[in-house]
Design a protein around this ligand. Sequence first.
Ligand code: EPU
Length: 419
Amino acid sequence: MDKFKIAGGGELNGEISISGAKNAALPILAATLLTDQTMTISNVPHLHDITTTMELLGRMGSDLMLDEKLNIEVTNNNITEFFAPYEMVKTMRASILVLGPLLARYGEADVSLPGGCAIGSRPVNIHLAGLAAMGADINVDKGYIKARAKRLKGTHLTLEMVTVTGTENLMMAAVLAEGKTILENAAREPEVIDLAECLIAMGANIEGAGTDTIIIEGVDSLHGAHHTILPDRIETGTFLVAATMAGGKIKLKNTRPELLDAVLAKLRSAGAEIVVDDTNITLTMKSGRPAAVDIHTSPFPGFPTDMQAQFTALNCIAEGNGTITENVFENRFMHVQELQRMGANIKLEGNTAICNGVKQLVGAPVMATDLRASACLVLAALVAEGETIVDRIYHIDRGYETIEEKFSQLGAEIIRIPG
Ligand code: EPU
């Protein structure tokens, strides 16, 4: 297993370009199953989760190609298997996103039920209840969701909780259903809007994406289209926290500052100076430690759970006491014990991490447990005294494109040790 060796202590300075958003690319690749015509997708990040999704589509019969501009072209006119096996779903829960499209277009889907994961139990009951309300016959048998339907029927759904992939799965199912579907209490995340924009380009009739009520009028078929994936707001936020911790001046290009309001507000309270224009963010952190911040995670437009671990790392070296309350997932604090091993003064009370910032963390061997927890350990290592080895970085390769190259470009001392 690959590891990162990181020598902490230096400032971050320079410019990097932000990649396409993983959590938009995954549902959009699944959405290609909704048409037999060719889809062209640009700005797809090079990530392990994308490779897994392409493998999953490939084994179903998708024809996948990279064109000369590195766009992914997907043609689904010969799907022969409507099946997502346990071996793939267990490595990537987002495989559940093929359920809605397969059922809507082919009337049949056998998808392994995802198990629990490092950040919480993460059930998919809301996805299944929604599809059942649209007329699907759903059984769970030997660990597999077996869903069948002649043609799904539009209906009025009020989702029990705000769920991002649940909203996406139901929206993809509804675009080919008969009649109108109303999704209330829908997720408002920018990635849901990006998926809706792609579906609209394919001929779907969707209104209200980005609000908590999405209205979809089903159509008989969809056609091919070209879509460019929106920039990754979590990758953007991760680099911004890094520079706020390490000091220096960084410019992040090809991003969307308006998607990061809650994150930028917290970075400003921590002491960062931030200037934005349409597609760039410049952050300057003058010498000195950041100020501790208090955070409560919640669905968009609230503070994203996917930025919680990185801000926990910031509070570890901040001046003052900060509390971080995780409201979306029940067990997303696996990084806390690793931060303690680097000298952090942090304790957990229920779903809140209370941190009394220390002047200096100390490098240590640490272990990544999930994607964002791994990012948090890299940030801590960048400001720690001495050397840190971060083990199991396959987690980070799932969601950050060439993170070590981007940090090196900003002057950090980070190398990959192949394992
Ligand atoms: N939930 C249910 N039942 C359901 C669905 C969700 O109880 O049927 C609960 C979950 O257990 C959780 C809450 O609802 O407590 C919200 O979960 P959600 O369904 O929104 O999460 P998700 O769709 O599985 C996506 C992202 C996650 C991100 C969350 C929250 C993708 C592929 N994944 O997951 O991204 O943390 O939304 O914003 O879009 C990451 O990138 O590191 C990551 C984990």
